[in-house]
Design a protein. Structure first.
Length: 302
């Protein structure tokens, strides 16, 4: 499991960060992935992920205010997201490695074993965050609508942050694109010096493209209604991108040409789009603005 903070002794010499292009056209990263403070150190990847979360919260706060929701309620929604994200992410990780956890079910509840899976973490967080929104004002739709784009921004930035830690390298390759991580690290992938497909970078680019598409769709009448349909489309878009990028992963195939992650992503995308279609069928496109005629205006006496 990738530790967010590593306490390591300060090395006698520090190597300056370098980026070298080797003759085989492989982009080789050779830098210290740790920011050292005194006798401790923190991973650059961890700092970048924290920055991604902060950026998502700021954007969500702006969107919430513009939607006419209470900004201070955002804190309660965020706190509500956390347990669902942890449970959903852990369930997803168990589905990725079922044999390992079936051999010893006690490992499922051991936070020191394994990690979290991203897609079901987002789904779980959305479910519990929605429940909190219902308790706050009984209207989860505007909250989901306001947080759709910030969610994609956070996911894209977090995947880009993985480049700083060498996490999420894909299959070894002799072609392009290919990246390798040199030096002692610690790096987040096995055999980091082996030229591999930069799956983490490809996913960040894919999420950025998905963000642009969802932003354009958000302007259409079908998705302007703030009842959660935009969030469902954003969730499906992120899952489809992840399913495509997972074709470059090192994980084994489990269902025909699909890896376990791809099965999860495609199921989530299908369910999300199905729910979105159901909402559109039930409620139609954006409700037209009601014009207030003079006769409808309240009198000064009222």
């Amino acid at each position: 499991m990738d530790r967010s903070v590593d306490l390591l002794p300060r090395p006698a010499t520090r190597r300056r960060p370098t980026l070298a292009i080797v003759p085989s056209a492989v982009i080789a990263f050779d830098f210290d992935p740790l920011l050292r403070v005194g006798d401790g150190a923190v991973r650059l990847e961890t700092l970048a992920v924290a920055a991604a979360i902060l950026a998502g919260l700021v954007l969500a706060g702006i969107a919430v205010v513009r939607a006419g929701l209470r900004a201070d309620d955002l804190l309660f929604v965020v706190l509500g997201i956390v347990p669902g994200a942890v449970v959903g992410g852990r369930l997803g990780y168990v589905l990725l490695h079922p044999a390992f956890f079936l051999a010893d079910p006690g490992r499922i509840l051991d936070p020191g074993v394994g990690s979290l899976e991203l897609t079901l973490a987002v789904v779980g967080g959305a479910v519990t965050g929605t429940l909190v929104a219902i308790l706050l004002d009984g209207r989860p739709g505007p909250w989901l609508h306001a947080t759709a784009l910030p969610m994609l921004v956070t996911l894209g930035m977090a995947k880009a942050a993985a480049v700083l830690g060498g996490t999420g390298q894909g299959q070894p390759t002799t072609g392009e694109p290919a990246t390798a991580y040199l030096g002692a690290g610690p790096w987040g992938s096995l055999a980091p010096d082996l030229p591999s497909i930069p799956s983490q970078a490809l996913e960040a680019i894919g999420v950025a493209l998905a963000l642009g598409v969802v932003m354009a769709l958000a302007l259409t009448p079908l998705l302007r209604r703030p009842d959660g349909r935009l969030f469902l489309v954003a969730l499906a878009a992120g899952a489809v991108v992840r399913a495509l990028v997972a074709t470059t992963w090192r994980d084994p195939l489990v269902l025909g040409p699909l890896r376990a992650e791809q099965v999860i992503d495609l199921v989530v995308a299908a369910v999300a789009l199905g729910l979105c279609a159901r909402l559109i069928a039930l409620r139609g496109p954006e409700a037209p603005e009601r014009r207030i005629d003079a006769a409808d205006r309240p009198s000064p006496i009222d």
